[in-house]
Design a protein around this ligand. Sequence first.
Ligand code: SDX
Length: 430
Amino acid sequence: MSDENAKLSIGDKSFDMPVYNGTIGPDVIDISKLYGQTGAFTYDPGFTSTASCESKITYIDGDEGTLLYRGYPIDQVAEHGDFLETCYLLLYGELPTQTQKADFDHRVTYHTMIHEQMARFFTGFRRDAHPMAVMVGVVGALSAFYHDSTDISDPYQRMVASVRMIAKMPTIAAMAYKYHIGQPFVYPRNDLDYSANFLHMCFSVPCAEYKVNPVLSRAMDRIFILHADHEQNASTSTVRLAGSSGANPFACIAAGIACLWGPAHGGANEAALSMLQEIGSVDRIPEYVKRAKDKDDPFRLMGFGHRVYKNYDPRAKIMQKTCHEVLAEVGIKDDPLLDVAMELERIALEDEYFIEKKLYPNIDFYSGITLKALGFPTTMFTVLFSVARTVGWIAQWKEMIEDPKQKIGRPRQLYTGATQRDYVPVSLRK
Ligand code: SDX
């Protein structure tokens, strides 16, 4: 993999480090022997210039604004595929044949129920607990129920755990929603496809028949596709780091859910809608844009900016289209929030500050309006993100476990604390 060397000189010494080329994207400089050779660490808080692993799953070009799932552009996958086909692609690396797709769909469908005793976990939470707090707790508890699929050295068990995670997340998410609103849990149904089943578990009630709207179910499925994986983002890196210690996959996914919750990451869809609601009307936009540009004001435009995309997030374009489809289907002619969002986007994209810092709408900018129109409360938005991202987390976890170079992740530091000093008994302290 090494075609050339990079040279580093420190003082009068110079060191060669191999450079590896990917199939596409930036080359990497292998610094794994740097400390041994030089006694120095690299320093890269936030990992803005650090490749943590080799991966074949997802590729992002931040300047071009492209996103590939196993080489397939996100717009083509979202347009022509469905979520379970995307799960198969991310897990196995290839689009499934019809037989493979039917078998995979069947395996997922017949793993959607959770152990009946798990329902008791929910009653331990307050009804007004944030559903993401419930998700962290209940998903982590899966490892207490599925001992047989925690033998991570067994490839068959790794795939069983992957299918179980993908299958059970919608059920747990729907139960978290039902518990949150005080309605009875709804069991999964094998006669419905993945997204229709999810909407049915969320919105049906025992006293009336609930027919899933195919347009809304297709929109939900496409939203899941858009959120499925995204290279080494914060929550995926969390899952990889947790998995590198040999922790079982359910506990690793629970760690990913915890990280995703943050408003700088998956929590941004909830924060973006709250921001649009706070702005309230188009005439108040300039005041908020001014605040977003003020270094002394912590306010940021939620749903804007991205560590990697310095162009329009390709997912945001598809999400905006889906948003219009859903609003039309549910009969919302002119949603004031959509008016504020589109005017805010127009203003920001023309503003020198956002242009100079290459800040564009990201996937979270339009997803909140769409999910609200689908009937979900803002507290459920990041839960929906976690349902979709589970396949990305588990695919990346599997790739890490199966990497022959895999070892426990253990970064170092730049230490600027106290140098060694002797203990002072409390009687002598001033
Ligand atoms: C997701 O990594 C992924 O792939 C994540 C994700 C995925 O699918 O997994 O894509 C999902 O998390 C999308 C991002 C959702 N978050 C938000 O929408 C929250 C708002 N955005 C920002 O918090 C911010 O843009 C981040 C966190 C997304 C990215 O932050 P970075 O890469 O650390 O960039 P930065 O904070 O250093 O910002 C660069 C500059 C700064 O100004 P200077 O210090 O250079 O003067 O741009 C400014 C920032 O102040 N800036 C913003 C801004 N985002 C960055 N200013 C106003 N509003 C914003 N939204």
